[in-house]
Design a protein around this ligand. Structure first.
Ligand code: NI
Length: 233
């Protein structure tokens, strides 16, 4: 068998004019990875009620995603509001069915509080929450274990506005913004009108500090079931 004739190589193309090349096919600007380094999480507890609808409008106007820790009994009363939360891209979390102090409840009662709320949320939006927040921030090892078994992480907070106590929009805004830092979880309650009144100021103030309000699912996408995030200071 004859060795194959060497194939004549085509002449190499002349070096392209780099400027012309750039013009023909511009290098795509690489998108930097979204590390969420400046993210903070706005969280709203104890709804949904009629104030929640107004808040959803304010969040949409400002293009902000937040997190709602909903009470199961109110989910059953207002499933449409929970659907609106989901449709707008907010995170929906479990805040128990009837808002008891969980350390005072039997182990079966803790499971009941979490399960009935998860079922109410599933009925409303077809999804199971990945987050829970214990009412009053009170939890024990049973609450942690019961949440873990149900695939939920526990969200505490490290920026308390005390909005429920003073019911003052200026004070809610000042506390939320002054205590905010990258990675902070900010606690508010969407059932109070003065809190909802404060939200545009909170968003503007956070952005002025270079912070980006996002949902918990955005800030902590790989939340570990049974882990407690953001202890109170
Ligand atoms: Ni609560």
């Amino acid at each position: 068998m004859q060795p194959a004739q060497p194939v004549e190589q085509p002449a190499p193309a002349p070096p392209a004019d780099p400027a012309a090349d750039r013009e023909a096919a511009p290098e795509p600007t690489p998108t930097p990875p979204d590390t969420c380094d400046n993210c903070v999480a706005l969280t709203f507890d104890d709804g949904p009620n009629e104030q929640t609808a107004r808040l959803l409008g304010i969040l949409a106007e400002n293009n902000v995603k937040a997190t709602f820790f909903v009470v199961g009994a109110l989910v059953d009363t207002n499933p449409n509001l929970v659907r609106q939360m989901r449709d707008a891209g907010h995170t929906v979390g479990n805040h128990t069915y009837s808002h008891p102090k969980l350390p005072m409840v039997s182990s079966a009662g803790i499971a009941y509080q979490l399960d009935t709320t998860n079922r109410a949320i599933e009925r409303a939006i077809g999804e199971t929450p990945r987050w829970m927040r214990p009412p009053y921030g009170e939890y024990d090892a049973r609450v942690v274990e019961t949440s873990k078994q149900r695939g939920m992480a526990i969200a505490m907070w490290d920026d308390d506005t005390l909005d429920w106590k003073h019911r003052n929009p200026e004070e809610t805004c000042r506390r939320a913004v002054d205590q905010a830092h990258p990675g902070a979880i900010i606690l508010m309650h969407d059932i109070h009108a003065p809190t909802v009144d404060a939200v545009p100021c909170v968003i503007d103030g956070l952005r002025a500090k270079g912070l980006r309000p996002v949902s918990l699912d955005k800030m902590i996408p790989d939340a570990e079931p049974g882990r407690v995030y953001a202890q109170r200071p």
